[in-house]
Design a protein around this ligand. Structure first.
Ligand code: DGI
Ligand code: FE
Ligand code: FE
Ligand code: FE
Length: 187
């Protein structure tokens, strides 16, 4: 599918505010790809699709995870973790995206994973720091992103983990493993 058609399809799935977030992630992903030697075309495509399923009914997201062999342990954790895996599945099955790098960047943009690829890091970080984002700690993330993808991502996951602790929520173990792995990459 042509980029313009894909954009139109994505726009239909979400309220205006979330579409503006997606635009911000597209712009920031391309900027980070240029800064850190990633592929800006892949970064743009992954960013366009990254939140495709975000506003789908959670039962539909859960069904995709249950019926297509996606990680079942996701269903034991926060619903916010589901749209990224459902989105990667839809990107492949509905939009014919075959590039595993792009699919992984969509799939792991929320939880992260150990051994994140350059594209995973770019999209995940862009999701944290796009211009529309406002949350405690976002300025530190933007500052770190001037020189290090890994340091900026640790700051990002720190803020997410703090938020989850604050709310008394459980933390998906892969997020902890991701943070450990990124810290190891810095040192
Ligand atoms: O979809 P977005 O809002 O753009 O951002 P996202 O896909 O990174 O989702 C972030 C949300 O997921 C954030 O509100 C925290 C929530 N969340 C719940 N449990 C976990 C989690 N995020 C991570 N990384 N790990 C969790 O265990
Ligand atoms: Fe998301
Ligand atoms: Fe995120
Ligand atoms: Fe997002």
């Amino acid at each position: 599918m042509k980029r313009e058609k894909l954009i139109a399809a994505v726009k239909e799935q979400m309220p205006e505010k979330r579409w503006l977030h997606t635009l911000g992630v597209m712009e920031t992903s391309v900027m980070l790809a240029k800064r850190f030697g990633g592929d800006p075309v892949k970064a743009d495509l992954a960013a366009i699709l990254h939140d495709y399923c975000k506003y789908w009914p959670v039962q539909e997201q859960a069904k995709i995870i249950r019926e297509n062999g996606l990680p079942q342990d996701l269903l034991d954790f926060d619903k916010e973790l589901w749209h990224s895996h459902a989105g990667a599945f839809i990107a492949q099955s509905q939009f014919g995206i075959q590039d595993e790098e792009i699919l992984d960047a969509i799939r792991y943009h929320t939880s992260g994973r150990e051994g994140m690829s350059l594209l995973d890091k770019i999209v995940c970080l862009a999701d944290y720091m796009e211009p529309g984002r406002e949350f405690p700690g976002v300025e530190l993330i933007r500052e770190e992103a001037k020189s290090s993808l890994e340091k900026a991502l640790v700051a990002g996951f720190d803020s997410t983990i703090r938020f989850l602790i604050e709310k008394g929520k459980r933390i998906y173990p892969l997020t902890i493993l991701t943070r450990n792995d990124l810290i190891q990459q810095i040192n």
